[in-house]
Write a protein that binds this ligand. Sequence first.
Ligand SMILES: [Zn+2]
Length: 271
Amino acid sequence: MKPVLFLSVLFAALLSFQSPVAAQPSHSPVPGGVAVIALPANTKSAQFLGNPVLITGDSANPLAIVGIAMDQVPGPAQLDLVSGTITFDVLEKSYLTERLTIPDNNKVTPPARDYDRIGRDRQEMMAVFESFTLDRSIDATTLAFITPVQGRISSPFGKRRILNDQPRSPHSGLDIAAPEGTPIKAAAGGIVRATGDYFFNGNTVLIDHGQGLITMYCHLSKIEAALNATVEQGEVIGLVGQTGRVTGPHLHFSVNLNQARVDPALFIAQP
Ligand SMILES: [Zn+2]
């Protein structure tokens, strides 16, 4: 190998090594994943299943970052633009199944007296998930999350769960086990849209990063973020706990994109 060529290869390798921060999540068009789709120049908006999707990149090379829900049927799917449609393929992905025993059976099959509260919690969270705000610009740092807590992944995204022998919907987030009281950091900058003590999720914070990208942090022992506050990436928003439906202290971290819950690991660029 000629020295110049060798150096340029080495330089390229060093560059890629020193820049582990992805500009956006990698294309992973599976249920629970994201599709990264190049759009015609100057495309300002696009919809998937009737929901507006996140668009990033410069106006000459815009990219749609499309969340794909777990219940999406593999096969052709369609992104709707003002000027037409773009078809892409959703591929199959199989997720593991796990069985869990929750000592408090009321948290598995809640008693009727808790239905009102559960309904209210759900409405409050859904209102945030359904929002699509344009008041924050989405840049590479918005889409390159940091991990909110250092710790062991105690349950990956997408696992099918059987709680006390009853099948439940697939795991909608990533569980990171950490001692109670461990600080939790905002994965990216955004605006705190909801804080509350929810039946299943315990003490919870929802952060809106813009354009339908919302992260949720659950089971906190303490919330340290004020409603409507602007937070920077890495800012502490609460402490790890075991409030709500849990088997031990951990953070349940979920990522909502165009109303689909997608695998948070796809967004975490740095450990
Ligand atoms: Zn979880």
